[in-house]
Design a protein around this ligand. Structure first.
Ligand SMILES: Cc1cc2nc3c(=O)[nH]c(=O)nc-3n(C[C@H](O)[C@H](O)[C@H](O)COP(=O)(O)O)c2cc1C
Length: 153
């Protein structure tokens, strides 16, 4: 059923980054979308078990890094280990968005958001964020579209 749903509803593949004081982290996410035009609001759906979930609750900000179609390996690196157990930024260059969230080198675009509300949704939390900073970084690259078989087969 999950594979079927992934085929019915197309999404990109993103790395959600966060900074809480000196600590930074990032995790791969496919459940990301814009939900309001005015104000500009986006939503990310993150399970409470994720380390990223804790850090977003602490900091009140997150950043969506859009991956290119060449970055499946990067998505796996951030999507199959937890920042609780490993520093996923060890070999990764990054700069900082306006509020300090990491912008991963290689991302084709980013949008940093301030959390304005959060909602429990089944086994995930929807963090709704208002856009505070955003840019396209690589005009010439195509985004990575989530395909179940690229990650789970
Ligand atoms: C392609 C892909 C998409 C994912 N999408 C989500 C998602 O939308 N929400 C979520 O909570 N976890 C998602 N995950 C799982 C997290 O990325 C994974 O549990 C990660 O290790 C959490 O890292 P953290 O503990 O450092 O935050 C996805 C994983 C992959 C590989």
């Amino acid at each position: 059923m999950q594979e079927l749903l992934s085929n019915v509803i197309s999404t990109g593949v993103y790395i959600i980054t966060v900074r809480s004081g000196e600590r930074i982290n990032g995790m791969t996410a496919a459940w990301v979308t814009q939900v309001s035009f005015k104000p500009k609001l986006v939503v990310v759906s993150i399970a409470p078990a994720r380390y990223t979930h804790n850090l977003i609750q602490e900091s009140g900000f997150f950043c969506i890094n859009t991956l290119s179609k060449d970055d499946i390996e990067l998505a796996k690196k951030f999507g199959f280990v937890s920042g609780r157990n490993e520093d996923k930024f060890k070999d990764i260059n990054y700069t900082n968005a306006l509020k300090g969230s990491p912008i991963i080198e290689g991302a084709i675009a980013y949008v940093e958001c301030e959390v304005v509300s959060s909602v429990d949704a089944g086994d995930h939390t929807l963090f709704i964020g208002q856009v505070v900073d955003a840019a396209i970084l690589k005009e010439d690259k195509e985004p990575l579209i989530f395909k179940w078989k690229d990650f789970f087969k």
